[in-house]
Every structure is written in structure tokens, then in C-alpha cells.
Design a protein around this ligand. Structure first.
Ligand code: FRU
Length: 499
């Protein structure tokens, strides 16, 4: 039986999960925040919840001179329960200002949460589309696609009735996460859906005014039976191509691919005509080759760059911060481009704003482990060109302590870049393994790591691949070492940039 997260028939325990902020006991959130702030794994430069659980990025948009970003938020603890949209803004994608609650659930059409969605500006206002999640007395799910409007004064008002009040015939109640865009003076939306035969797909809607929406049809792809549900779709054009992002649930692992509990990936193809929704595309590729990545959403910068932010977490997974009353953060923003038919993801240029101190070096290492005193810490950027000579293995160990280390190395024998968090610190559940491998054949590998208190994001060869991981090391596991086995390698053009 496929496992759909957020599914439960246990109404009794769920009643606690579906409380609103207005139901909070006096000082409940304040006390929870105290516990959360004492967590050693609070991040320094990632968006994270003040209390409770964060999941998908929502409503990511540049509007009225700044970026607006929302995220799925359950305030009361590290569980998937009543979801709010929490609102943050930024002018540089790096420093974010708290704007408080964006969308509050609890109405007739979102009684059990304001689920994921997107934003689009029109005539000076920001239209926020989201899925109102409701449950009836039998705990049967009824999804509604809802609208809230952010006006010029910064107030968000929910529209009374949904814009789409039921899934179309042929699809189940797993129908959510509208992503809206404009093309040729019309508006379109992709939605994640499930066919009655329990396979996932994307549906397309159209609107002339953002208020009235009609169903066009299913986006035809060559993936007729590819997981039991597709969540969080996003469609956009990039260069000459059309790109569809989505999160298929229920795929089985295939060697080094699809090893996480659920996948987040993309298809590249010919731009679609949404009026005749057929997508001619290449094979499904993962957006991230690490552990903790899901539900990514993109927007356009004012200069026309396509920027992506993801949830650095996964559904149906527990994390060591749960014990401290919070869970998850968002990823750093990445700029997407297509080069020679491949999707590249690079950290946005603005991340250089985090740099404070700089140390540079170059080292050739032969069958040894060298520790660099100047390079260490729990929050930094590390750049390095790994030049393989005759070493069988060569790489970087970071967040190193007496008994802890996280390993990133190239294995020249099996031709894999390997990220190993087996000994990173507090244990993650191991059903999905704590090693990720990315196959490629190269003598020179450009690495760019962003390490924060409890995470790493590794950009490989200028955005050819990214590996993201949450890590839960002890506070003083701050060492960095370069190592090789079975021969020699050079760690060239090393830059360490404290943030
Ligand atoms: C993806 C998701 C979405 C849903 C939201 C609820 O993580 O399941 O499909 O809208 O989370 O929080």
C-alpha cells in the first residue's frame, strides 16, 4: 500500500496536531521558542522556523521591490499538522526579514491547513494560490484550490470561496500545490494530482483573470506509471527549453539514483503549449544527489534569472532536532541555467555577501591526512579544485571531531563522488542509507561547499550536480582535513571563507 504522508485515520491524536495559534495555551509558543533557541543545531544563514516544523517553500516571487517567500509552517512542534504560510522578505535573497503569518488556515475551505502554492503579481497586487486542505467527519480529504490577495498595504485577505472546488473526474483527492504563470496574456496553473489508478501526474488549468479557472487537461508525458503521486509541480521556460519540476512519490531506488524516501526532480523538453498539453521530454533527473531535498519552487529575478529554493528535508522522516521542538530549513537559493541540454544549478552570486574572512592554500597530499589549522569551523564556504593524480581516493573530511566526521571524496576506482554521513554525529534513521554516490569520470573536480551549523550544500563542477545533507555533529566537531589513499592528489585553489 503506498504511503502518502500526512495520511492518518487517527482522529484523536490528530485533533492536537490541528490546533490553531489562537488555541495556544498562554506562553506555549514562548516556552517552545526557548527550547528551540537552545538547540545546538540552529542554522546561521538558512531560513528556519522559530518553532515547530517548516516544509515546502511557497509563493516565491519578486514583487514591489523585494523578494517574497513563504513556507509551510506548523507552529506547535516538529510534526506535520495544521499548516500555515509563514512570510519572509528580502532584497538580496540572503538576509531575510520576518513578516509573520502569511496565510492563516482554519476556515471552511482550509480547516486542516493552508497547503502549498505559488504567487503571481497583477495590477499592483500579489495573488497567492494555495491548497485548502480539509477533512470531513470520516477523515476523508477534500482539497480546494484557494486564493488570498496581498494588497499594496501589505495585508493579506483570503477570498471567501475557492477558485477550484474539486478535482476533475478521473482524479483522486490528492490534488494540490498550484503553481501559476502567465503566457500570451493568459494565466495557467499546474497542479500535482493522482489518477484513479493511483499513479501520479500533473493537471493544467487556465484563467483570463486569475479568479475563474477552467480545466484544460492532464499534461501528457511519457511517464504513465511513475510513482503514486506527484507533488509540487513547477513549469517554466529556460532558454529554448521547457522545464517541469515535480516530486514523484513511490519510486524504487535504482543503483545510485532515487535513494531517498521521495524524489524531487525535473524533465527538460520542448516548451509546452498549455492549451494542448503534451510534453516531449528527456528522462527524469534528480535535482539533488544528496539526502535532504524536496518540494523546490522557482521564480524569476528582476534581471530574468531563474532562482530555485527547496525544502532541506523530506516527508515521512524524523530528524534529531525533533527532540528540540523544531524541524527543517530551506536550502540556499540556486540559479538555474541550461547548457548543452543539461540543467546547471549554481549558488546565487549574492551568497558572496556572507563572506567575512578569507584563507587560501594549495596542497599536494600523498597517502596522508593533513589538517589545516586555519580552516575549520561550523559555518563557512569552502572552495577547492580536487586534481586526481594517481590516488585511489581523495577528499575532504569536515565537521571533524574526536569520533565524528563527514566525508566527501572521489573514488577513482569506482568513479563515484561520495558523500558519507555515517559518522557525522547524531544519527539519522538509516533505512535510506547514509551514503550517496554521484557517478562521474573526471580528473579535476571543482567543489564548492556551504557548511552551516547542521547542513552542507555541495556544488560540483560549477553546478553540474548538487548534494545536500543535514548533519548533526557535536558543537566542537569543527575540523577540516584533506586526505588521499593509494596515491597522490592536489587540493588546488583552496579558499575558505568564514561566514
Ligand atoms: C509536500 C507537501 C505538499 C503539500 C504540503 C503540505 O511536502 O505534501 O504536497 O501541499 O506538503 O504541507
Amino acid at each position: 500500500v503506498p504511503k502518502l504522508h500526512l495520511e492518518s485515520s487517527d482522529k484523536v491524536t490528530n485533533s492536537d496536531k490541528y490546533r490553531l495559534l489562537s488555541d495556544a495555551a498562554p506562553d506555549e509558543l514562548k516556552n517552545l521558542a526557548k527550547q528551540v533557541n537552545a538547540s545546538p543545531w540552529r542554522q546561521h544563514y538558512h531560513i528556519q522556523p522559530t518553532t515547530g516544523l517548516l516544509n515546502d517553500p511557497n509563493g516565491f516571487v519578486y514583487y514591489n521591490g523585494q523578494y517574497h517567500l513563504f513556507y509551510q509552517w506548523h507552529p506547535f512542534g516538529p510534526v506535520h499538522g495544521m499548516k500555515y504560510w509563514y512570510h519572509v522578505t528580502s532584497t538580496d535573497l540572503i538576509h531575510w526579514k520576518d513578516e509573520g503569518i502569511g496565510i492563516e488556515p482554519g476556515g471552511q475551505y482550509d480547516s486542516h491547513g493552508a497547503y502549498s502554492g505559488s504567487a503571481l503579481a497583477k495590477e499592483g497586487k500579489l495573488y497567492l494560490f494555495y491548497t485548502g486542505n480539509t477533512r470531513d467527519e470520516e477523515w476523508v480529504r477534500h482539497p480546494y484550490q484557494c486564493l488570498a490577495v496581498l494588497d499594496k498595504q501589505g495585508h493579506i485577505t483570503k477570498q471567501e470561496v475557492p477558485v477550484i472546488d474539486a478535482p476533475p473526474p478521473g482524479y483522486t483527492a490528492h490534488f494540490r500545490d498550484p503553481k501559476v504563470w502567465k503566457a500570451a496574456d493568459r494565466y495557467y496553473a499546474v497542479l500535482g494530482a493522482q489518477r484513479l489508478n493511483q499513479t501520479g501526474c500533473v493537471l493544467i488549468y487556465r484563467s483570463d483573470d486569475l479568479l475563474t479557472w477552467s480545466f484544460i487537461g492532464e499534461l501528457e508525458t511519457s511517464l504513465a506509471d511513475f510513482g503514486y503521486m506527484w507533488e509540487c509541480p513547477d513549469y517554466f521556460e529556460l532558454g529554448e527549453k521547457g522545464v517541469l519540476l515535480f516530486c514523484p512519490q513511490g519510486l524504487s531506488a535504482e543503483e545510485d539514483r532515487f535513494e531517498n524516501i521521495h524524489q524531487a526532480g525535473f524533465l527538460i523538453g520542448e516548451p509546452i503549449n498549455p492549451e494542448k498539453p503534451h510534453f516531449q521530454h528527456g528522462s527524469f533527473m534528480e535535482l539533488d544527489r544528496g539526502f535532504d531535498f524536496y518540494a523546490a519552487q522557482t521564480t524569476l529575478s528582476p534581471e530574468g534569472k531563474r532562482i530555485l529554493i527547496g525544502w532541506m528535508g523530506l516527508p515521512d522522516t524524523t530528524y534529531p532536532t525533533d527532540a528540540h521542538g523544531w524541524a527543517h530549513c530551506l536550502t540556499l537559493p540556486r540559479e538555474l541555467t541550461i547548457q548543452d541540454g543539461r540543467l546547471l544549478q549554481r549558488p546565487v552570486k549574492e551568497l558572496e555577501l556572507l563572506r567575512k574572512e578569507k584563507y587560501t592554500a594549495a596542497h599536494t597530499v600523498q597517502d596522508a591526512k593533513i589538517e589545516l589549522e586555519e580552516i575549520n569551523g561550523s559555518s563557512y564556504e569552502l572552495i577547492c579544485e580536487l586534481c586526481m593524480e594517481d590516488a585511489e581516493k581523495a577528499g575532504i573530511a569536515f565537521r571533524v571531531g574526536d569520533t565524528e566526521e563527514t566525508l566527501l571524496y572521489y573514488d577513482a576506482v569506482s568513479k563515484y563522488l561520495v558523500l558519507d554521513r555515517t559518522r557525522s554525529g547524531a544519527a539519522m534513521k538509516s533505512e535510506n542509507g547514509n551514503i550517496r554516490r554521484y557517478a562521474f569520470d573526471a580528473k579535476k573536480i571543482k567543489l564548492r561547499l556551504f557548511v552551516d551549523q547542521s547542513s552542507v550544500e555541495i556544488f560540483i563542477n560549477d553546478g553540474e550536480a548538487v548534494m545536500t545533507a543535514r548533519l548533526f555533529p557535536a558543537k566542537d566537531s569543527n575540523g577540516v582535513t584533506f586526505f588521499t589513499e593509494g596515491g597522490k592528489a592536489t587540493f588546488d585553489a583552496v579558499q575558505w571563507l568564514y561566514s
